[in-house]
Design a protein around this ligand. Structure first.
Ligand code: SF4
Ligand code: SF4
Length: 77
């Protein structure tokens, strides 16, 4: 698995202002079949830890606050 280097390069973006991981939410981490999402304990926000994504979208659809945006590559649309 390729380590995600910077948050701006990965396909799954988390809006830190909307993410409520600091209140205990782990929905996106739980629904991701590849376990590529994680919670940054220090920031209390979700982020993409591994740059491997199936673009299956439950993370975006199930996030209770709409904090997640999945950028689907053009060729996969
Ligand atoms: S599901 Fe949404 S609010 Fe919950 S941890 Fe993930 S990004 Fe944050
Ligand atoms: S789109 Fe699917 S594989 Fe990609 S991060 Fe979300 S749940 Fe995981």
């Amino acid at each position: 698995m390729t380590l995600a280097t910077t948050a701006t390069q990965v396909p799954v973006r988390v809006d830190d202002d909307k993410c409520i991981a600091h209140k205990g939410c782990t929905v996106c981490v739980d629904v991701c079949p590849l376990d590529v999402l994680a919670i940054d304990i220090v920031k209390g926000k979700a982020y993409m830890a591994f740059d491997e994504c199936w673009y299956c979208l439950p993370c975006e659809q199930d996030c209770p606050t709409g904090a997640i945006t999945v950028d689907i590559p053009y060729l996969l649309r």
